[in-house]
Design a binder for this molecule. Structure first.
Ligand code: F0G
Length: 404
């Protein structure tokens, strides 16, 4: 395992305990590389399947079960809440809503703290502990904060979270408080909260945003578990919401590794969906992707992805090009309509996750996706992550009926 620059043209290799997150040569984000690892695909599939029947805490985790592709740690140092092992669910009402015959939801909101962040956090907090970190920190629209707070509590490390004041779900703030995090409210949006945190040089905080490459390693395992659930036969598409673009980057990295290890023989096309009011990546791709087109004042009902300057945009771009993927945006109305349909499937999710279904519906309407394509939509957050928006939508509906 090596820590190196994610730009293959640069390829600068760094010491594993290097403390910054960008390459000292070219400024790009770093990544963990398992170059030269040539596993026996058949043996691994069998080993991972056997671990599902084990009671070993590492085997019970849907992240550490795939530890052959993760950084190595002493097993007693691993901080786990038995994350992962999330279901792949059929989408009986959502599929016809979007105009598909085969749609499935991979629901990462059914993780210990209710979002996909736990998958990366188990690795990142393990890394933090093995580095001797006393304080971990992140800027967050709520979910990273809650996840970091929970895993830091398990590890006995102080957690400090930088939150954009008044711009995130109260349920997420409550969660961070419950796990004992220290909250720093920032007057501004997520991008400003992240910059403010990062500018605090030498503050002794170990940063756990998705610029931290160890988080990406854990999030990567979503694709390993998904492909296993599909009996190692990839779907045609994987659809994911895009915010700071860590998750899309992690999925792209996973698909490259799965393919080069011979665990899958074709990759799904990745679709990244943003909210129209917070669509810097979609604009960047449309403009030819030579530089990031930022959005100064991102605004969307999907507060989790209200981000105007995503740090991992180049990694996400590489994921799109590797998978022949697509990026598109959807309006808040489309997001809330799709969210209600996911609710009617008995599944539910937070608004950011519903961008997936809204995006699929739009691609079908625009003739960019076949009706018989096999599509997996990744739901990233639990329905109870944002109860206020549900109540508001229902209050508005009731008020509209009274007026009629
Ligand atoms: N869905 C949910 C529910 C999220 O909380 C996030 C990001 C995303 C999608 C987008 O993922 O940033 O990897 O592209 N939430 C971050 C947070 C920003 O602070 O909780 P991404």
């Amino acid at each position: 395992m090596q820590l190196r620059c994610s730009d293959s043209a640069c390829g600068q290799v760094l010491k594993r305990d290097y403390s910054a997150f960008s390459c000292p040569e070219c400024g790009e984000l770093l990544e963990i590389s398992c170059n030269g690892f040539r596993p026996d695909a058949g043996m691994l599939r069998q080993l991972w399947s056997e671990r599902r029947r084990s009671n070993d805490p590492l085997d019970r985790s849907g992240v550490w079960r795939f530890r052959e592709f993760l950084p190595e740690y002493n097993r007693e140092d691993v901080v786990t809440l038995q994350e992962g092992n999330t279901p792949l669910l059929s989408a009986d009402r959502s599929a016809p809503y979007a105009g598909l015959t085969k749609l499935q939801f991979k629901h990462l909101g059914w993780n210990p703290t209710g979002s996909f962040k736990d998958l990366g956090m188990t690795v990142a907090i393990t890394e933090a502990r093995s580095r001797g970190a006393k304080v971990v920190a992140c800027a967050s629209t709520g979910n990273t904060a809650a996840s970091m707070a929970a895993y830091a509590a398990r590890a006995g490390i102080r957690a400090r979270v930088y939150l954009p004041k008044g711009r995130l779900s109260r349920a997420k703030v409550a969660q961070s408080l419950d796990y004992g995090a220290e909250i720093v409210e920032i007057d501004g949006n997520f991008d400003q909260a992240l910059s403010s945190m990062m500018s605090k040089q030498n503050s002794g905080e170990y940063f756990l945003n998705s610029i931290n490459p160890f988080r990406i390693e854990g999030q990567k395992t979503v694709m390993f578990e998904l492909m296993e659930q599909l009996d190692w036969r990839s779907s045609d598409y994987v659809v994911v919401p895009g915010g700071n673009l860590g998750n899309s980057s992690a999925f792209g990295k996973a698909l490259k590794e799965l393919r080069s290890a011979g665990l899958i023989d074709r990759v799904p096309r990745m679709v990244i969906v943003q909210a129209a009011g917070a669509n810097p990546f979609v604009r960047t791709v449309a403009a030819g992707a030579r530089a990031l087109t930022t959005v100064a004042n991102p605004s969307t009902c999907a507060s989790a992805i209200s981000i105007g300057s995503p740090r991992s945009w180049r990694k996400a771009l590489s994921a799109l090009s590797f998978t022949d993927g697509l990026a598109l945006d959807v309006s808040d109305e489309e997001i809330l309509a799709a969210k209600a349909v996911i609710g009617r499937d008995g599944i539910g999710c937070e608004p950011a996750s519903a961008t997936t279904l809204a995006g699929i519906k739009r691609l079908r309407q625009d003739g960019k996706m076949q009706a018989d394509a096999h599509v997996v939509a990744v739901l990233t957050g639990h329905v109870l992550k944002d109860p206020d928006i549900i109540l508001k939508v229902h209050d508005d509906l009731t008020a509209a009926k009274v007026e009629q």
